[in-house]
Design a protein around this ligand. Structure first.
Ligand code: DON
Length: 310
């Protein structure tokens, strides 16, 4: 069942993948720097695929709620580009950082301009921009995710948000440092609150695979209206491919060959432009903060179906 299939039986592929990755379940460790995430069972696994029409296929824990964490960075980026076009790119770059997601080291050399929107520094700038544009960045994000997923129950997790805030010195340092270069417009404490709320949103593979469909639909939302131009959707997919899994983005592109964005809750969203979106969840993380079984599952998906961007 290797290679290019015109019509794909997503359900059969997902079941094959769940079988193939089962030896990896329990590998890696849940995020330990956020106490509220540390207790999640690393052996859980779920995966979902949504096609362009919104049909969803799933296996394992695909409806089980987990913390979206950095996956939300894709959606805040989309909302800012939709509202304000290219202005953001004067404040954030589009190059892989080659450094851990919470690293400070490049910011001073590069005058407070983060390498890309998916490392924490870049995501803080994006949230600051969304806050300036809308006045309530986290509610804007939550509303968008509810509309696109169709799940009106999606919510912040106050325990996770408080846990992040209680261990947020690194993010606070990044935000204050960028503010010293004039690259943060609003007050840093409010920015951090919005950033922590955003990371705390509880979702499932089913929710995220539906919510990300605008990236497979070249910028079109679930209701058919246009969120992004075709070119902007391409740009976000490109940045996901090159920067979405941090200092493992090269390895991810090599193994999976799709735009992808991970979060330390153990989720990864991936996109086959013009075809489908995927979300996989398994909380055991590797040293880069990416789900061990999640990357392996996406690797199997592209191998079994031939659906990659290459
Ligand atoms: O900023 C943080 O530390 C987290 N709330 C989000 C980090 C994250 O998910 C990075 N991803 N792999």
């Amino acid at each position: 069942m290797e290679q290019q299939a015109v019509a794909v039986d997503y359900q059969a592929v997902l079941e094959q993948i769940a079988h193939d990755v089962s030896p990896l379940l329990g590998s890696g460790r849940p995020a330990e720097y956020i106490p509220a995430l540390a207790g999640v069972d690393p052996a859980r696994f779920g995966m979902a695929v949504a096609d362009l029409q919104g049909n969803v296929y799933g296996v394992g824990d695909w409806r089980h709620p987990f913390s979206a964490q950095s996956i939300t960075k894709v959606f805040t980026l989309a909302l800012v580009l939709a509202a304000d076009g290219d202005a953001l790119w004067r404040r954030v770059g589009r190059e892989p950082s080659g450094n851990p997601f919470n690293s400070l080291v490049q910011l001073e050399y590069e005058n407070g301009i983060p390498r890309n929107p998916f490392i924490n520094a870049g995501a803080l700038v994006v949230t600051d921009a969304l806050q300036t544009l809308t006045g309530d960045a986290s509610s804007e994000l939550l509303e968008f995710l509810r509309e696109e997923s169709g799940n009106k129950e999606l919510a912040f997790d106050p325990e996770v948000a408080a846990s992040e805030a209680g261990h947020g010195d690194r993010n606070a340092a990044l935000a204050h440092f960028m503010a010293s270069y004039g690259n943060i417009a609003g007050p840093v404490p409010a920015l951090l609150d919005h950033y922590f709320w955003q990371c705390s949103i509880t979702t499932s593979c089913a929710d995220l695979t539906l919510a990300a469909r605008f990236l497979a639909r070249h910028g079109l939302r679930a209701d058919g209206s246009r969120l992004l131009s075709r070119s902007q959707a391409k740009q976000i997919n490109a940045v996901m491919l090159t920067c979405g899994t941090y200092d493992a983005a090269g390895e991810f592109a090599h193994r999976v060959g799709l735009p992808g964005k991970s979060g330390v809750g153990g989720g990864i969203v991936a996109v086959v432009p013009g075809r489908c979106t995927l979300c996989v969840w398994s909380p055991g993380l590797d040293a880069h903060g990416n789900s061990v079984a999640g990357v392996a599952a996406l690797d199997r998906f592209t191998t079994l179906t031939g659906l990659s961007v290459f």
